[in-house]
Structure formats: structure tokens, C-alpha cells
Design a protein around this ligand. Structure first.
Ligand code: NAG
Ligand code: NAG
Ligand code: NAG
Ligand code: NAG
Ligand code: NAG
Ligand code: NAG
Length: 934
């Protein structure tokens, strides 16, 4: 349907006052659960080429529709628009949603000269009261698109158009896509929406963007080959597209579509650079990069690189090693920055590290801007309850907030940032029933117009609305007496009550007041007469008055006693309340990026916490087995471990961001009944400590090459904590009982992350974390943990691996020495390496490789942190030692057994009961340092 210009402008005035009616569109009508696609201006339901079902908005009586036609655009949803008058109102589409669920909301605008206009439209869109974006049309044939990720806080959301500054506001499509589980959860989601700035598919094979059905959530991944002004420019030379047809495992986190991950760009000359304009920025945002290794690298090849952003040197610390971080090829690795401040013109570079043989890779990128949520005007909930009484009335369906960003047609609001309702104008709206009590709660009301309806019943108590100046209740069927408070409204100027069925006498104060007062047409309403009967009435009144006073006196005493009791109870309750409130608040914002286990699930998996397998850093660890057979280690944190729910959630969100082949995988958490529980993968072969000094070592002792491999694995994990995470993570409690072994005897570091990352550089605290024997001596002086504190602890572990000795012993290190470091140093300094080598290794080792490790270990335990090498250097030496060992083995027999030929005992099976997770030495000053992640 289209209207001529003149017809429309003639109708404009009428349209402004016309009461529009919104259609709540059902989600269940859409084909894919959680999908709703509205064809604005459309007339019929249909399914498009890619399988999306479009719903027309023809039940929506707002605005007008127009046909458009633009070159190269034949999609039906882009053949129509709905457009709205230019006024100071807003026009809202209200959609039903499921609360506490995340959605993608996309609105698109294709102008196509729908109004034969000469100016391009410019107007604002908002989500409820929250300003979202300004739509600026600059090309009649280009689709403008806006996307928002939101956590639904209420059962409906409203997209509103308002504030046209040029042209007429219009809309082409409105698409709602429900997300699954924890997609796009952020810790800020109750305060901020995410507004899309860039979503790019790198190395795309065509100009077409990728969306549904390739992306089950119908995100639109733009091809990087589409050239736009100031978008994806400054591309480094040597940038090449690569692609694969092999499947890519994308089933974590944001689950980018496989088709997007199957293509990438690589920097053959060692770097990838891009510059792009970020719509909506500068500001704070959420940025994430998607990587998957889709080339088959030789074992001797590596792809390591770092991100460089001009002006943000802090971000350049983290090293990406896609294969390692993703735990394999063809798997997604998704590092990102949940809160990063970005400029409008954004340049970035991925640059290979010196020790990497391959250039960087990039599969996809997403950048969103945080949009602060406006929680709405103060009277919004009162009015929401009011309008819900009139489900069929057009005026009650305008949607969004009554005041923000523009007010409803029958409402006016004060002009401050916290607007309150000052005018209600429902004259002649066919209202029936009593005057709703909600209106009496609008305490800033100045002007109330309910005249010309069919309202019945008494005039309610507006005595709380002290600003009331104008009251129009004429032409209704109101009954009852005139309330006396009317005489006391301090600002009252006009009171229109004519033509109702009011009765009784008019309060004298009202008649004396200098106001416009019309009460004609109320046959039973009369001025107070002044005849003799008054005297009797006065006497009766006095008697009644005295009796009343006495009654009131007793009533008050009674009330006072009651109140005291009540207050007492209230006090008791308030002690419990805040925590409960906090709890539910924090459990709501709980970082859902980690999987949240139900306590019942864990109860079942652990057989009600039957099998204790260790007591680690912050609590007791139990063995468990999930329904799908996956074995887990369940750590029940001691209550003192975390100060509060926020801390716990911070830790959990941190943990869920750390992924590395050599770090024990964090599977999820549970937070119920006041218990904080962390769930990790189960490590079948227990701790390195047990294999070196414990029951496992009594049966079979690890051979030297295996010890080196364990050292290499652990070093890689620690290196990742130090250089691959931003902010850097310092383990702070490295020890042989925190190095766990899986069924293939590969080592992973555990108990990391439950500590403050080194973001602010210093950790001054009176509470010590760390274990005697492994604790950096410099820490005693500085009270500060640095990466170099971890290097010290790792040096001690290397000495343990060489010697098979525990770090502290009263007997084994001679008369004046209790400590492995002093003891080993004495021997090594005097050239006596054999004096410290674990006797159970026999002669099954190459002395050169032991020397190499011993020397490095001594470097690691230097008293001053600055003298200790970085983890990458330690790792390099361990790898060289392994090479020496393998070289010498090639002359002899290949090792088929990981255990020393000189093992003591002959037991073969490692029984599950032997599995011990990190042990806690109660006498050690090992405690939790309060996390301060904020
Ligand atoms: C939206 O939700 C409300 C409240 O549950 C319901 O009454 C209404 O029918 C729904 N609208 C549609 C179109 O499904
Ligand atoms: C635009 O112009 C065409 C042809 O003159 C006319 O058919 C159409 O109704 C006009 N549209 C509007 C919105 O005025
Ligand atoms: C309306 O738009 C103009 C120009 O874009 C802007 O300056 C103004 O602040 C907007 N008004 C509101 C209420 O958002
Ligand atoms: C969403 O989650 C459900 C249950 O976890 C799963 O069955 C469904 O396939 C998921 N949908 C998408 C699009 O991944
Ligand atoms: C890696 O090994 C292959 C043979 O497997 C060899 O051709 C290539 O040169 C080696 N690359 C590097 C960087 O050492
Ligand atoms: C007024 O409401 C009554 C029922 O409450 C309805 O029958 C009538 O059509 C309405 N009149 C107008 C003008 O809306």
C-alpha cells in the first residue's frame, strides 16, 4: 500500500493523535525455535530462499507502508518498508521474549526512496528506554543494519523509532534470534547491551556473507573480500587466503559457524595487518578473535604470534599458539577481551614471534560496543500496571517506556534525566470502571485529564500528588462524596467535576479556594447549608469525637506494642536478607561462560562425595563420574577460600578463559547451598609428587626421559600462564603435587588461576600463598609475587626430578642442610652431578642432559628474581636435553617403557585409589590470597 504525499501530510495531524496499536508478535509462529523475522510493511507470511519464515507486520496499525525497488535486491522482505510520521513521539515494535535468555536483535533499513523524498532520513532507534543508535541513510540502495546482543530482563522488549531529524523514520526488517546457553554472556550483561561493530569472516571464498543455515544462530558474518571505504584496509603484503573442507570443531563458547572457521588469512611474510572504522566507537567494547589451525603443520613447524594494537602495548604480551591453545588442529581457539577500550579508527597487527616458523592466522573477528542500559523512568512500572488493565485499547499498546526516549502520546514527562510523569491525558477514551489507583501513585502529576469517559465509583485519594494543578474528571459517572483533601492540594488551580453523580456536601475549603471549580450537573452535590440543625450535628459530632479520641488513644497504644514486636522481628530478618539478596544477584550475573553444574548432578557423579582423592589448594577434591562416563575431579572449596560470590564468579570466569594442552581443563562450577565447587578433568595418573616420592614411586620409578617430558609439559603450561594470558597469570603455588599426569603420563599444571592475575603488577598482601620449600625467598622481602617467583618454584621441581628428593628434608641433605636448593647447589658447584642424581635412575641417562637441566635449575633458584631466566628459556633447555637424550638413545635400544629399568617393586597396575590430587600440607603457610579481580 502506498499513499500520495499530499494524502499523507493531510492525514498527518490525525495520525499524530491517532492511537496506535501494537501487535505482540509470537515467537512460536517462527519456523526455528527462538527465531522471529518480521517483514515490515509486508502483507503475507512466507519462507524465503534460505529457509527463514517471515511474518508480516500488517496487524501493526502504526505508520504506513510503501513498496520499494532497488537494483540487485530481490529479497521479498526488502520490497516494502513501514514508515512513520515526523513528530516527537516514538513508534515501537514490542516482541515477546523469554526472560534471562540472550538474544540477537537485528533491525535493517533499506531506504529505496520509499517516500519519493529528496533528503535521506536520519532518526534514532532505541531498545525500550535505552538509546541504541542513530540511523543515518547515506545511500538509497544500501541496507543499513544494526545488531544488538541482549539478555532479556523482562518478558517483552520494544524496538522504538523516534527523533527524526531529516526525512521520515522507517524500517525494513526486524529479526530476533535466540542464543543458546552461554553464547555472548558477559559479566556486564545486566548493565550493558552489546552493539555490533564488526563481524568478519576472514579468507572468505566469495563476497557473500555467511548466515543461516550455515550459522544456526543466523549471525551475519561479512566477507573480508567486500571492499568498503575505510574498512579492512592497510592489508599487509603476503596476506593469503587459505581454506579447508575438513570439519572444524567449533563447539565451544560463541560457536562461530564451521563455514567461517574453514577459511582464514595467513601472513606469509610474518604479519597480518588491518585497519577498519568501528561504528559506534570510541568506547568500551567486547572483542574476540576466532582461530583454528586449518593447515597441516609439520611436527617441526610452529605458528606463534602476538597481537599488536598501537597505543595498547599491554595487549601485546599474550602469545597465541593456535594448535596448542585449541588443544589440536581444526579446533576453535577463541581469545578475546571482554572489556577493551577501542578507537573509531582501529588498526591491529598479528605478528609472528621470532621462534615461530609460520606466519599468523586469523579466521574471524567480532567487535561489539557496550551500550549502557537505561533502566527506564521511575513511573514506568506504575504505568505498565495501569495500561495492563486495558489490553484492548490502542493507547495502552504504544510500547516501551512511557517517557523515554520520547513519551507516549497521552503522557508528558518532566524534562530531566530521571523523567517523572507530569500529565495524563485520557480524555474521551471510553474508560470504564473505577479510576485506577495506579494513577494516585504518580506523585509528580500536575495535570490529570480523565474527562469524557464512563468512569464510575468514588474519586480516589490523590492527596499524595502535591503538584496537581489541573484535574479534569467531568463527564463521567463518578459517585460518592468529594474528598476533603482536594481543599488541601497546595497547587490546585482547576477542578472540573461537572456532569457526574457525586453527592454530599462540598468541603468549605474548596469553595473558599481561589481556583476554577466547576461542579454543576451533580444533582446530589450541595454546598454546606447554614441552618439550625447544624447545632445538633455539632453536638453529636463532639460526642462522637470524644469517643473517637478515646478509641484512637487505645488503638495507638495497641499499635505501638505491635510495631515494637514487628520491628524486633524485622531486625532479625534483615540480618539474613542482604546476603540472600546478594546471592541471588550474583548467581544471576554468574559467569555463564563456564558450565554450571547442578549440585544434584555433582552429588550423583561423586556418589554423594564418596571418594576423596586429595585435598588441594582450596579445599577437598573428590572423584566423580558424569552420566556420559567422563571422569571428573570435583573440588569443594573451603568456605574461607572466597570472600563472596563476586570473587568466586571472577575466579570462575577467569578459569574458563584459560585453555592450554598442559593446563588441567576446567569443566565448570557449581554454586548452591553456599558451596562453591569447581569441576576439573580427572587426571588418571595422579601427581608428579606421588610418582617421585610417594607410593607410586615405590613400585616403579620414572625414567629420565619421561621426567624430562613431564618437565617440558609443565614448562609449556607455565609459559602459557606467563605469556599467553592477558593479564599475565602467576601460578604462585607451583610444586610437584600441582603437576598432574594423565593416562598417557602427559603432564598438566593444576591449581592455577585461583589467584590474582598480575594485572596491577603488585600483590602486597599479608596472606601468603605458596608452599614451604618452593617459595621464592625474594618474596619474603618484597611481599610481591612475580613470574620469577614461579620460576624459582619450577627450579625446585627440576631439582626434584633430577634427585628424586623432596624439597625439604631433615635427614637426606646432610648435617647442616635441610633444603634441596642448598644441597644441590653445593654438589653442582663442585662439579659432582652424580652426587645428586636419583639412584633409582641407575645409569639409564645421558649425563650431558642431566647437566643441562641441573645448570638451568640452579639459574632458576637464584636468590634474585632478575637473575632467573624466563620460562621460554627454561623450556628451550629442557627440549635440548630431550634431544640429547634421544640422540644417545638412538645408538642403543629405543625406550619402550617410561619407567626406569631400576624401578623398585614390580606392581604394574596403577589403581584408581592411588590417585591423589594436589596435596595440602597443613603446616605450610599455603593459603588463599584474596582475589581482587575487578
Ligand atoms: C505475548 O505474551 C503475553 C503474556 O504472556 C501473551 O498474553 C500474548 O499472547 C503474547 N503474544 C503473542 C503474540 O504471542
Ligand atoms: C512516489 O511516486 C510514485 C510515482 O510518482 C507514486 O506512485 C507513489 O505513490 C509515491 N510514493 C509516496 C510515498 O509518495
Ligand atoms: C535527536 O536528534 C538530534 C540530532 O541527531 C540530537 O541532537 C538530539 O539529542 C536527539 N534528541 C533526543 C531526545 O535523543
Ligand atoms: C541449543 O541447545 C540445545 C540443547 O543444548 C541443542 O539441542 C540445540 O541444538 C542448540 N541449538 C543450536 C542452534 O546450537
Ligand atoms: C621440517 O621438516 C621437513 C621434513 O619433514 C623439512 O623439509 C623442513 O625443512 C623442516 N622445516 C624446518 C623449519 O625445519
Ligand atoms: C466503549 O467500550 C464499550 C465496551 O466497554 C464498547 O462496546 C464500545 O464500542 C466502546 N466505544 C468506543 C467508541 O470505543
Amino acid at each position: 500500500m502506498s499513499l500520495s504525499d499530499s494524502k499523507f501530510s493531510a492525514g498527518m495531524k490525525a495520525v499524530v493523535f491517532l492511537l496506535f496499536h501494537l501487535v505482540l508478535l509470537s515467537l512460536t509462529e517462527a519456523q526455528s525455535p527462538g527465531f522471529l523475522s518480521i517483514d515490515c510493511g509486508g502483507t503475507e507470511q512466507y519462507v524465503d530462499d534460505i529457509g527463514l519464515e517471515w511474518t508480516p507486520d500488517n496487524r501493526f496499525v502504526f505508520g504506513k507502508t510503501a513498496q520499494i525497488s532497488v537494483p540487485n535486491e530481490d529479497r521479498k522482505q526488502y520490497s516494502t518498508v513501514r514508515y512513520f510520521p515526523v513528530d516527537n513521539q516514538k513508534y515501537c515494535y514490542t516482541l515477546n521474549v523469554t526472560t534471562r535468555t540472550r538474544y540477537l536483535l537485528r533491525a535493517t533499513f533499506l531506504y529505496g526512496y520509499f517516500d519519493n523524498g529528496t533528503v535521506f532520513p536520519k532518526f534514532d532507534i532505541s531498545l525500550g528506554p535505552t538509546p541504541w543508535s542513530t540511523i543515518i541513510i547515506s545511500d538509497a540502495n544500501t541496507i543499513e543494519s544494526e545488531e544488538l546482543v541482549l539478555l532479556a530482563a523482562s518478558p517483552t522488549i520494544s524496538l522504538c523509532l523516534s527523533n527524526a531529524t531529516t526525512g521520515q523514520p522507517f524500517i525494513s526488517t526486524l529479526e530476533l534470534r535466540q542464543f543458546n546457553g552461554s553464547l555472548y554472556s558477559t559479566v556486564y550483561e545486566s548493565q550493558f547491551f552489546l552493539s555490533l561493530s564488526a563481524r568478519i569472516n576472514f579468507g572468505a571464498v566469495s563476497n557473500d556473507s555467511v548466515r543461516y543455515p550455515d550459522d544456526p544462530f543466523d549471525r551475519i558474518w561479512e566477507s573480508d573480500s567486500v571492499r568498503r571505504a575505510n574498512y579492512l584496509v592497510d592489508v599487509a603484503s603476503g596476506t593469503e587466503n587459505i581454506s579447508t573442507s575438513l570439519p572444524v570443531d567449533v563447539s565451544i563458547k560463541e560457536m562461530p559457524p564451521q563455514k567461517v572457521m574453514q577459511t582464514a588469512v595467513v601472513g606469509q611474510n610474518g604479519s597480518l595487518t588491518y585497519r577498519l572504522n568501528l561504528e559506534g566507537f570510541p568506547g568500551n567494547g567486547w572483542a574476540v578473535s576466532y582461530f583454528a589451525e586449518i593447515e597441516d603443520l609439520n611436527p617441526n613447524e610452529t605458528r606463534k604470534f602476538k597481537l599488536f594494537i598501537p597505543g595498547l602495548p599491554a595487549l601485546s604480551k599474550a602469545t597465541v599458539n593456535v594448535q596448542e591453545n585449541a588443544l589440536g588442529s581444526y579446533r576453535l581457539y577463541e581469545p578475546g577481551y571482554p572489556n577493551i577500550s577501542l578507537p573509531f579508527v582501529f588498526s591491529f597487527e598479528f605478528k609472528k614471534t621470532n621462534d615461530s616458523s609460520k606466519g599468523p592466522i586469523l579466521n574471524a573477528l567480532e567487535i561489539y560496543k557496550y551500550v549502557e542500559i537505561n533502566y527506564g523512568s521511575p513511573d514506568a512500572s506504575v504505568l505498565a500496571s495501569f495500561v495492563s488493565r486495558y489490553p484492548l485499547a490502542d493507547w495502552a499498546q504504544e510500547g516501551g517506556d512511557p517517557c523515554l526516549p520520547a513519551s507516549w502520546s497521552w503522557v508528558e514527562c518532566s524534562l530531566d534525566s530521571n523523567p517523572k510523569i507530569s500529565l495524563i491525558n485520557l480524555s474521551g477514551k471510553n474508560l470504564t470502571g473505577n479510576i485506577p489507583l495506579e494513577l494516585t501513585k504518580l506523585t509528580s502529576l500536575v495535570d490529570l485529564r480523565l474527562d469524557g469517559n464512563s468512569l464510575t465509583g468514588p474519586i480516589p485519594d490523590f492527596s499524595g500528588c502535591l503538584n496537581l494543578e489541573h484535574i479534569h474528571l467531568e463527564n463521567n459517572q463518578l459517585t460518592g462524596a468529594l474528598p476533603s483533601y482536594l481543599a488541601d492540594l497546595p497547587n490546585l488551580k482547576e477542578l472540573y467535576l461537572q456532569d457526574n453523580m457525586l453527592s454530599g456536601s462540598i468541603p468549605a475549603g474548596l469553595l473558599n479556594k481561589n481556583i476554577i471549580f466547576n461542579y454543576s450537573g451533580n444533582v446530589n452535590l450541595h454546598k454546606e447549608s447554614s441552618d439550625k440543625s447544624h447545632l445538633i450535628i455539632i453536638i453529636i459530632c463532639s460526642v462522637v469525637g470524644v469517643l473517637l479520641l478515646i478509641a484512637v488513644f487505645f488503638a495507638c497504644r495497641f499499635c505501638a506494642v505491635r510495631k515494637k514486636r514487628k520491628d524486633f522481628h524485622k531486625d532479625n530478618r534483615t540480618n539474613a536478607r542482604p546476603t540472600q539478596k546478594l546471592r541471588s544477584f550474583f548467581s544471576e550475573i554468574a559467569t555463564e561462560s563456564a558450565y554450571r553444574f547442578q549440585l544434584s548432578e555433582i552429588d550423583e557423579a561423586t556418589g554423594k562425595f564418596k571418594q576423596k582423592i586429595g585435598s588441594g589448594g582450596f579445599g577437598i577434591v573428590y572423584y566423580g563420574k558424569l552420566k556420559d562416563g567422563k571422569e571428573i575431579a570435583v573440588k569443594v572449596l573451603t568456605n574461607e577460600s572466597f570472600q563472596g560470590y563476586r570473587e568466586f564468579n571472577n575466579e570462575v570466569s577467569l578459569l574458563s578463559r584459560i585453555h592450554h594442552r598442559n593446563l588441567v581443563t576446567f569443566l565448570g562450577y557449581s554454586q548452591e547451598d553456599g558451596r562453591n565447587i569447581l569441576v576439573y578433568e580427572f587426571m588418571r595418573n595422579g601427581t608428579l609428587k606421588d610418582h617421585l616420592h610417594g607410593s607410586a614411586s615405590l613400585r616403579r620409578s620414572l625414567n629420565w626421559i619421561k621426567r624430562l617430558e613431564i618437565a617440558e609439559d609443565a614448562a609449556k603450561g607455565i609459559e602459557y600462564l606467563h605469556t599467553g594470558c592477558s593479564p599475565t597469570i602467576i601460578h604462585r603455588d607451583l610444586k610437584s603435587s600441582n603437576i598432574l599426569l594423565d593416562e598417557h603420563m602427559r603432564a598438566k599444571v593444576s591449581d592455577f588461576g585461583l589467584s590474582k592475575p598480575a594485572s596491577d603488577g603488585s600483590h602486597v598482601s599479608s596472606i601468603v600463598r605458596g608452599t614451604v620449600g618452593y617459595l621464592d625467598p625474594e618474596y619474603y622481602i618484597s611481599q610481591q609475587f612475580t613470574e620469577k617467583s614461579d620460576i624459582y618454584s619450577f627450579g625446585v621441581i627440576l631439582l626434584e626430578l633430577i634427585s628424586g628428593q623432596e624439597p625439604i628434608s631433615n635427614e637426606n641433605f646432610g648435617a647442616n642442610c635441610r633444603n634441596i636448593v642448598q644441597w644441590a647447589k653445593l654438589h653442582i658447584d663442585s662439579g659432582d652431578i652424580k652426587g645428586i642424581i636419583d639412584p633409582s635412575l641407575g645409569d639409564d641417562y645421558n649425563e650431558q642432559s642431566v647437566w643441562k637441566i641441573a645448570e638451568k635449575a640452579i639459574m632458576c633458584v637464584k636468590p634474585q628474581g632478575t637473575q632467573r631466566p624466563p620460562m621460554s628459556e627454561v623450556l628451550k633447555d629442557i627440549q635440548e636435553a630431550i634431544a640429547i637424550e634421544q640422540g644417545s638413545e638412538q645408538c642403543g635400544e629405543l625406550p619402550i617403557d617410561i619407567y626406569s629399568k631400576h624401578s623398585i617393586g614390580s606392581s604394574v597396575n596403577v589403581e584408581p585409589m592411588d590417585l591423589v590430587l594436589p596435596e595440602r600440607n597443613n603446616s605450610s603457610p599455603e593459603m588463599f590470597m584474596q582475589p581482587g579481580l575487578r
